[in-house]
Design a protein around this ligand. Structure first.
Ligand SMILES: [Cu+2]
Length: 533
């Protein structure tokens, strides 16, 4: 048994990510402690230099994407976030959200500005201390204040399961098989907000590398494989606006995990991945030794130019192949739809098998007004000045008392909830909706008008298409205020969000606060106008 106690980052890297991936089956009680420094840095991932907001394990190693944070199932994370931002052209306060982790009894560590905490002010730090008792799979972390994650604060987070029931399907699953897909902008988030129009992505970055139209031929991401081996790729859309159509020439992709939930293997040729979503897929390297194009066609901006000159592209390189661009061609095949996906464990939606067969049914209709205002049931979400969690701890319990008005929905404990999303004529869709604190069963997917209660996909981000209906089900077993929002970050900024205040009377101060959490609001509220946002 390994002495897995408070491992430093460097130790973790060599223990877990050596040539042989160590699988310790007795890691309950393992604590992974990391310092995460949030810094401004000039970066040119696509050859165009701009100021960015990055995360790094040291103040000088901020990177895009941010460093891989990982642990084994059962891990306790001690993630100390230190804000060293100084560039006044972008937001200088910060928060970090650990996307997909349920944060049961630790809502305070969910990292959402003005929902679960006040922002961390520049020159201050905050310790996110939480346990991941029962989840494993592919997650990520990102800023959750304003549109800051578009400026770069986004990175992968993986919880390995030493007893993964599908481990027999692959040979390799390590830091080389984590695959991030991002859109990248030459404008800062401040400029994107001011423009108040749908931004056009300048580049698609695969593992932080890519090119823009008319830009230099900077190196593309290279993914190395050995002929004959089976790889578990953990693909994460860390995009802030675009979705991507992902494929690898000459190779099929067998999906086995969706947003941190194991699913029965489903083999496809092309995966459409929306911002916030994750897929683990197994790729079997049985093709001739060669180079193959990896394609992630963006839905916006650079996507309209296809793959010319290495746009929207990376390279899959077999060991022994020359250091050269591929000459392979793209072929369309089976495109993944949600209806192909069925949970491996405990399939079946909660509630009864007909529309409305739940304890509570909530209808949420998306709306939009020019130039840039989104609505949920006619209410634009505008962040409150006091975090919803702090309001609850201060005694507010009812939707009438909780702010912002019209944006907070209370839910009873231990009930089955059905939410119907109606896309209506909202522009900029499809809108990938993410619920914090839960996975949910998508009983009616945007890509299918039929219902499935028997074994629908289980995930934490699903798309809501224009003119269509999406229906999800989940059980309220996690008291706390949980954000439910479009994961297109500008849509969230412009109001496409609500808060689900789950069982507010069961949210206990002893569960959810630390002394440092109590200090966040006084510190943030004392910032001068010149120090904001
Ligand atoms: Cu949206």
């Amino acid at each position: 048994m390994l002495p897995f106690v408070s491992l430093l980052a460097a130790e973790l890297v060599c223990l877990v990510y050596g040539a042989e991936v160590i699988r310790d089956t007795t890691t309950y009680g393992q604590t992974v402690s990391e310092n995460l420094f949030i810094v401004n840095k000039q970066l040119a991932p696509d050859g165009f230099q701009r100021s960015t907001v990055l995360a790094g394990l040291t103040p000088s190693t901020g990177s895009f994407p941010g460093p891989l944070i990982s642990g084994n199932k059962g891990v306790r994370f001690n993630l100390n976030v230190t804000d060293q931002l100084t560039d006044p052209s972008m937001v200088r306060s910060t928060t970090v959200h650990w996307h997909g982790l349920f944060q049961k009894t630790t809502n305070y560590a969910d990292g959402v500005a003005f929902v679960s905490q006040c922002p961390i002010a520049a020159n201050h730090s905050f310790l996110y201390d939480f346990q991941v008792p029962d989840q494993a799979g592919t997650f990520w972390y990102h800023s959750h204040i304003s549109v800051q994650y578009c400026d770069g604060l986004r990175g992968p987070l993986v919880i390995y399961d030493p007893q993964d029931p599908q481990a027999y399907l692959y040979d390799v699953d390590d830091e080389t098989t984590v695959l991030t897909i991002a859109d990248w902008f030459h404008n800062t988030s401040t400029e994107l907000i001011a423009a108040a129009v749908a931004p056009l992505a300048d580049a698609t970055l695969i593992n932080g590398k890519g090119r823009y139209l008319g830009g230099p031929a900077v190196p593309l991401a290279v993914i190395n494989v050995q002929q004959g081996k089976r790889y578990r790729f953990r693909m994460i859309s860390i995009a802030c606006d675009a979705y991507h159509n992902f494929s690898i020439d000459g190779h099929r992709l067998t999906v086995i995990e969706v947003d941190g939930e194991n699913h029965e293997p489903a083999t496809v040729d092309n995966i459409q991945i929306f911002p916030g979503q994750r897929y683990s897929f197994v790729l079997t390297a049985t093709q001739p030794v060669n180079n193959y194009w990896v394609r992630a066609l963006s839905s916006s901006g650079v996507g309209s130019s296809g793959f010319t000159g290495g746009l929207n592209s990376g390279i899959l390189r077999y060991q022994g192949a020359p250091d050269a661009d591929p000459t392979t061609t793209n072929s369309t095949g089976v495109v993944l739809t949600e209806s192909m996906l069925h949970p491996l464990e405990n399939p079946g939606a909660p509630g009864l098998p007909f529309p409305g067969g739940a304890d509570e049914v909530l209808n949420l209709t998306l709306g939009f007004n020019l130039p840039a205002t989104f609505f949920m049931n006619d209410t634009q979400y505008i962040p409150p000045t006091v975090p919803v969690l702090l309001q609850i701890l201060s005694g507010a319990q009812s939707p009438q008392d909780l702010l912002p008005p019209g944006s907070v929905y209370t839910l009873p404990i231990n009930k089955t909830i059905e939410i119907n999303f109606f896309g209506n004529a909202t522009p900029g869709g499809p809108h990938p909706f993410h619920l914090h604190g839960h996975s949910f069963d998508v009983v009616r997917s945007a890509d299918n008008t039929t219902y499935n209660y028997e074994n629908p996909v289980r995930r934490d981000v699903t798309s809501v298409a224009i003119g269509n209906q999406t229906t999800i089900r989940f059980v309220t077993d996690n008291p706390g205020p949980w954000f439910l929002h479009c994961h297109i970050d500008l849509h969230l900024e412009f109001g496409l969000a609500v808060v689900m205040a789950e069982a507010p009377s069961l949210v206990k101060a002893t569960d959810v606060t630390t002394p440092a959490w109590d200090e966040l609001c006084p510190i943030y509220d004392s910032l001068t106008p010149a120090q904001l946002p």
